[in-house]
Design a binder for this molecule. Structure first.
Ligand SMILES: [Fe+2]
Ligand SMILES: [Fe+2]
Length: 237
C-alpha cells in the first residue's frame, strides 16, 4: 500500500476525510459505520482488514459533489427528488460513483486497487425507488452501468453498503422493530444480490467463510441497531 509511511489516509485528520465530513456529514457517518464493520469482518475472516476499512470510508466520497441529493444528508422537510423526474434523479444520484473515482484518482496516496473496488460498489444494481416512481417497465434504464464486484472485498463492500442503507431505511419507516427483523432482512438482501447476478464474477473462498460472514453480519447489525430507534445521520454525526 502507498499509504503506510508518513501519511495515514484513515486518520480522521487526513485532509480528504476532513473535507468529506464537512461537506456531507450524513454520508460520512454512513461511511464510518461501514469502515468499522468491514474492518471487523476482515479481522474475523482473515482478510486484509485495512483495505476493507479504506473502501468503507471512501466508496461514497463522490457524494460530496452534491450532498443534498442523498437521503442521509437531507433535512426532514426537504428532498429535491420530490420535484424531479425520476430519470433525472437517477442520472444525478448514480453520478456519485464516477465522482468518487474522480476524487480518489487525484489523491496520490490512494492505491488504484482501492479506486477499482470503490468503482464497483453499485455494480449493475437497480435503483428501485426511482424505478418504481417512474412507472416504467424498463428496469435497465434504472440500473447502474458500472462494473460488478470483481473481488471478494468488492463483494463485501456492496453487501454491507446495501445492508446498512436498507436496514436503516426499514428501521426509520417502522418496518423493522426487532433483532429477528434485522436477521431476516440480511438473508433477503444477501439472496437478492446473489440472484441479481451481482457476484457472478467473484470466487468465494469457501462455504465456511460464507457461513461465518452471515453470522458476523447478523451479530454486528443487530448490535449496531439494537435500540431499533430512528437513525438520523444529519444530527448525530
Ligand atoms: Fe454509493
Ligand atoms: Fe454507501
Amino acid at each position: 500500500m502507498k499509504d503506510d509511511q508518513s501519511v495515514d489516509i484513515l486518520d480522521l485528520n487526513y485532509p480528504l476525510l476532513v473535507k468529506f465530513k464537512e461537506a456531507s456529514p450524513g454520508t460520512f457517518a454512513h461511511s464510518k459505520i461501514l469502515s468499522e464493520l468491514l474492518e471487523k469482518i476482515g479481522n474475523a475472516l482473515g482478510l486484509n482488514s485495512r483495505k476493507l476499512k479504506i473502501v468503507g470510508f471512501y466508496h461514497d466520497i463522490g457524494k460530496t459533489v452534491t450532498p443534498i441529493l442523498y437521503s442521509e444528508n437531507q433535512p426532514a422537510d426537504y428532498n429535491p427528488h420530490d420535484t424531479l423526474e425520476p430519470w433525472v434523479s437517477f442520472a444525478l444520484v448514480s453520478g456519485h460513483v464516477a465522482h468518487t473515482v474522480q476524487i480518489l484518482l487525484t489523491d496520490p496516496n490512494i492505491d488504484r486497487e482501492i479506486v477499482d473496488i470503490c468503482s464497483q460498489h453499485h455494480g449493475t444494481t437497480l435503483a428501485a425507488c426511482f424505478f418504481k416512481k417512474s412507472g416504467s417497465e424498463d428496469e435497465n434504464a434504472f440500473r447502474y452501468a458500472t462494473q460488478r464486484p470483481q473481488s471478494f472485498e468488492a463483494a463485501l463492500l456492496m453487501m454491507c453498503d446495501h445492508l446498512e442503507a436498507r436496514i436503516r431505511s426499514e428501521i426509520n419507516s417502522g418496518k423493522i422493530t426487532n433483532k429477528e427483523g434485522i436477521e431476516n432482512l440480511i438473508d433477503i438482501v444477501f439472496n437478492y444480490l446473489v440472484d441479481d447476478n451481482q457476484f457472478d464474477d467473484v470466487a468465494i473462498p469457501s462455504f465456511r467463510v460464507l457461513r461465518k460472514l452471515k453470522v458476523i453480519l447478523k451479530l454486528e447489525f443487530s448490535e449496531l441497531y439494537k435500540d431499533h430507534k430512528r437513525i438520523d445521520y444529519t444530527k448525530d454525526s
